[in-house]
Design a protein around this ligand. Structure first.
Ligand code: ADP
Ligand code: MG
Length: 251
């Protein structure tokens, strides 16, 4: 089976001379959790944002190489950026609920598909709140402002809104690091569940989280992919000395 995402000779610079990614080549499988791990500043966020063309929203960023989703280069001329970002949704480190009700936050995602008011919309909002593990906590106050939710609930709401856009790929950038341990666990459990339907790419600098969640691992250091492969292989039999050092906490 063709990998869901393929990256070829990817180089990224900030402000002309600061190289954040150095000739990255890798493949990300379908319906697994791929974890991008590595110390702070090694290029994890940059790599993640290259996968839905969020990178070009950063002034001074320059990108070369290829990112293929289902074999199609998302940077090719004529590609529809909105479609690409629908296909690969991003869950950020801090939840940003829209200044509207819980219901409307999820409906906002759905309206991208021109789903109008009515019973159908209500069912769909419930469906995505359930998928994000939030439904039972909010079903009696759907029309309250989303900002009244706890941070952990807000993050699950952002997940529900993201799922409502009907992506194929979920990109999560340190998506639990602003949360308390219980809320973080909620998100982790959702991601494990969601990989049945989505390809999940998770950035983390927490090694224990990587070990809990990863099916496939990409270890980065100073803008380079040092090693990648199935989690069991990378964690139990790392091939590179730098990977061994990182896994043993020698960084
Ligand atoms: P990570 O997510 O692993 O912490 P990043 O991808 O955020 O790493 O950053 C990789 C490198 O690129 C770092 O050296 C960082 O300082 C630099 N960088 C990130 N964003 C910018 C930016 N907007 N402008 C300039 N340099 C940046
Ligand atoms: Mg980062």
């Amino acid at each position: 089976m063709q990998p869901h995402i393929q990256i070829r000779n990817l180089n990224v610079f900030y402000n002309r001379d600061q190289q954040a990614l150095k000739n990255v080549n890798l493949e990300i499988p379908h319906n697994q959790i791929t974890v991008i791990m590595g110390p702070s500043g090694c290029g994890k966020t940059t790599l993640l944002k290259s996968m839905n063309r969020f990178l070009e929203l950063t002034d001074g960023s320059q990108i070369s190489g290829q990112v293929l989703i289902d074999g199609e280069d998302i940077y090719a001329t004529g590609m529809d950026v909105t479609e690409i970002r629908k296909k690969a949704g991003l869950l950020a480190q801090h939840p940003y609920p829209l200044p509207m009700s819980i219901f409307d936050n999820v409906a906002f995602g759905l309206r991208i598909h021109q789903m109008k008011k009515g019973r159908h919309l209500e069912y769909a909002v419930q469906h995505y709140l359930e998928a994000a593990g939030l439904w039972t906590e909010v079903k009696d106050r759907l029309h309250q402002p989303a900002t009244r939710l706890s941070i952990g609930q807000q993050q699950r709401l952002c997940l529900a809104r993201g799922l409502a856009v009907e992506p194929e790929i979920l990109l999560a950038d340190e998506a639990t690091s602003a949360l308390d341990p219980i809320s973080a666990q909620h998100i982790e459990e959702r991601l494990v569940d969601l990989k049945k339907e989505y390809t999940v790419v998770l950035v983390t600098h927490i090694l224990r989280q990587a070990k809990r969640l990863a099916d496939y691992v990409i270890f980065m250091y100073l803008g380079e992919v040092v090693e990648c492969g199935p989690a069991i292989q990378v964690f139990d039999h790392p091939q590179q000395e730098r990977t061994r050092a990182y896994l043993e906490g020698r960084f």
